[in-house]
Every structure is written in C-alpha cells, then in structure tokens.
Design a binder for this molecule. Structure first.
Ligand SMILES: C[S@@+](CC[C@H](N)C(=O)[O-])C[C@H]1O[C@@H](n2cnc3c(N)ncnc32)[C@H](O)[C@@H]1O
Length: 384
C-alpha cells in the first residue's frame, strides 16, 4: 500500500520518522520536513517500516550519495545528507538520551579516514557483509577507507581468492599490513607486512604509527583506533577531563595508547586488556617511547581490585559487566572517564553507577557517515 507522509523527525541511524493514524513509521534515508510517497514494507504491532517511492518535497539538507553501494551495503547511514546535518542529528539524539549538555569535537576527515578494513570473501568475490542480511556486497572501493587501502582492494579484486574467507587490510603511516584467513599457506601480494591465518609470513612483524610524538606499534590482531583525528580528539578530551594525580587505571587499554598519552600526568599508570597481542604491543610501545611509569597486564577487566585516584574505561560496544560496574561504583576514585562507542550501553552503565554523577559529556566523529558515535564523559564521585 502506498501513502504520502510528512517526515516529522529523524532517528540516530538515518531513518526519517512519520506517522499514519498515530502509528510510527521509520523510513530509511528520509529527512525531516520532507513530503514523501512511501510503500509500507513491514507492519509490526507497534511500528511500521516504509520505503521511499518518490520524494515530493525535498529537504535542503539532502545530497546525492557519493557511493554506488549506498543502498546495498548498509555500512553508511548518512550519505543522503550533509555531514553537518549528520552531526546535528547525532547531537540531538545524545541530548535526548542523556538529558545533558553535549560538546561536539569536530573532525575534518569526513571520508577516507579508516586505517583498517575487514573484507569477506564468498566464492572468490571480495566485499562487505550487509549488516542486516549478511549477504555479501561486492565492492572494489569504499569512500570511508584510506586511498592506499582502496588501491589494495582493487588489486585483490582482480586476483584468485578461492579458498580465502576473510582479508584484513591496515594502512599505518603509509605501510600496508595484510592478514588473510582461509585454507591457504601462502599468498603472493606486495605489502609491508603479511600474515596468513594470523601467522607472520613476511615484511615487518608489526607496523608503527607516529602520532603526537608517540610511536604506536600494531600487530594484526591488536586493537587500534580506526580514525586518527577522532582518536586524538578523544584522547585529548580524556586528558583534559582527568587532569592529573598519583595513580591512573587504564581499563580496556588495548595497545596502551591512552596510558602513554597520559603518562606525564600521573606517577603510576596500570593498563589492563584481555587481548595478548594488544598487551604485547603495549609493552613494545613502552620501550619505543622510553616510558617507565606504566605497567601493562593481560587480564580480564573483571579481576581488577586495586584502588586508583582516577580511572579511564574504554570497553567494547557491549559496555561494562556487572563486576566492573561494582568495582567502579565502590572504587572511591575521584574521577572516572568513560570512553564509549555505544551510547546506549554508556547510558545503561552510567545509570548503574550510584556513587558517580555525569558532569561532562562530549562526542566526536570517529566514524563519519555511519550510524556510530564515539562519546567521552566525565563521572565524578558524589560526596553524599
Ligand atoms: C574499544 S577498545 C579500547 C582500546 C584502547 N583504549 C584504545 O583506545 O586503543 C576495547 C578493548 O577492550 C578489550 N577487552 C574486551 N573485553 C575485555 C575484558 N573482558 N577485559 C579486558 N579487556 C577487554 C579489547 O581487547 C580491546 O582492546
């Protein structure tokens, strides 16, 4: 059935919102104030999903998506509007979610920012998995990736990729690292570091990035922020929020990048991460940067018991476990900085911390043009 609707609002993942007989309809890629002819493609008990057939009145914030895979890929959510409008939509969403003032930290690299991609290979064809259907979207270029990674993708697309399941490509300081997963022992490709099934084959065992006078080493299986500008924004904000003190815990420390960033502000820093490869990098980073006051431990965050003056947590999308919440809530640390790539789990976790109050909240575009949002917030100990 077809309807003509007016878009009254927008959600945080690129849908316009309209109503028919008071029932909410989500319409992919529709913008506020547009008049649109739609077709209903799903009718659930509480909401409907509509598809644009024809835009009758266009928003002045609409732009032509620069990507030919935009409809089929599902990786980007905001290519149909300006970057400025994407930020406004995300800011409004966060203000509503947290009922708190938000500071936005701008990045200039709205495209070509990603230093890492993981591509799937199905029947020899290379592409992304559509996040909803899990069908492969064959690509030989992606606007979010660095130009050098795109060149490698186009080279790989022309090669025989039979018996390969997945290819990870990283570009760090102009060097290319490739890790191939599949039923193969060797692969002939020009790059600076080659791994097959996570086993080192040739070139450099790890790559080194140079950021703000720090050297950061990266193994293929280690975590490293994908967008340098976004990374600098969140690290600088965390530093500003937390000031200095005697001791700092960097929980979920990855390759220890935040610990190094903060090293001059604290006498003692402990970084903890569950991933062995990341901790290996963290210890290399300590030596590369000649830093003495930091200790890195490979462990599950839930095992932490020691007390620190300040704490930074930067968990995965799933947020904090009950044990970590209990530890933080009883930690008596003056300040906790929570870095999060998932506002919903961030909100859930903040609400569970009875002894802390959210005092500052900011976000940056770590993943421009996608639905993802990276927040940094300051939680301060309540004096009851
Ligand atoms: C978002 S990354 C943050 C890394 C780091 N703060 C950075 O900026 O590069 C999340 C990290 O949490 C680690 N992790 C996941 N589950 C964990 C757990 N249960 N205990 C400790 N670390 C964990 C992952 O290995 C990953 O390095």
């Amino acid at each position: 059935m077809k309807y003509i609707v007016e878009i009254i609002d927008e959600d945080n993942i690129g849908n316009g919102i309209a109503k028919i007989d008071n029932k909410v309809i989500f319409i992919k890629n529709a913008l506020k104030n547009e008049k649109i002819e739609i077709e209903i493609i799903k009718n659930n008990k509480n909401y409907m999903v509509g598809k644009i057939i024809n835009i009758i009145e266009k928003s002045n914030k609409r732009v032509n998506p620069i990507c030919k895979y935009y409809e089929s890929c599902g990786g980007c959510n905001f290519l149909h509007t300006t970057f400025e409008n994407e930020i406004n939509i995300k800011t409004k969403y966060l203000e509503r979610l947290f009922n708190h003032e938000i500071e936005y930290m701008h990045v200039n690299n709205e495209l070509n920012y990603r230093n890492k991609v993981v591509l799937h290979v199905i029947k020899g064809k290379l592409g992304y998995f559509n996040d909803k259907t899990h069908e492969i979207c064959i690509i030989n270029h992606c606007n979010l990736l660095s130009p050098k990674i795109n060149l490698k993708i186009s080279e790989l697309s022309k090669m025989n990729l039979n018996n390969i399941n997945e290819i990870m490509i990283r570009e760090i300081d102009n060097n290319i690292m490739i890790n191939i997963l599949g039923n193969i022992d060797n692969f002939n490709i020009d790059c600076d570091s080659l791994y097959i099934n996570n086993k080192y084959i040739k070139g450099n065992e790890y790559l080194i990035d140079n950021i703000n006078n720090f050297k950061f080493s990266i193994y293929p299986e280690s975590f490293f922020q994908v967008n340098k500008e976004g990374m600098i924004n969140i690290y600088n904000k965390a530093k500003l929020y937390i000031n200095n003190g005697n001791s700092l815990l960097d929980l979920y420390c990855g390759t220890g990048t935040i610990s190094l960033w903060m090293n001059e502000c604290f006498k003692k820093i402990v970084g903890i991460d569950i991933n062995e490869s990341s901790i290996k990098n963290a210890n290399i980073n300590k030596k590369l940067n000649n830093i003495k006051n930091v200790e890195f431990i490979c462990d599950d965050a839930k095992n932490i018991k020691e007390r620190f003056d300040s704490i930074i947590v930067d968990p995965p999308r799933s947020g904090l476990s009950k044990k970590v919440i209990d530890y933080l809530d009883n930690s008596k640390s003056n300040k906790i900085v929570y870095i999060s790539c998932n506002p919903n789990t961030l909100k859930r976790d903040i609400d569970l911390l009875n002894n802390y109050k959210l005092t500052k909240l900011s976000f940056t575009s770590m993943f421009p043009r996608t639905k993802h949002i990276e927040c940094v917030c300051l939680l301060e100990l309540l004096t009851h």
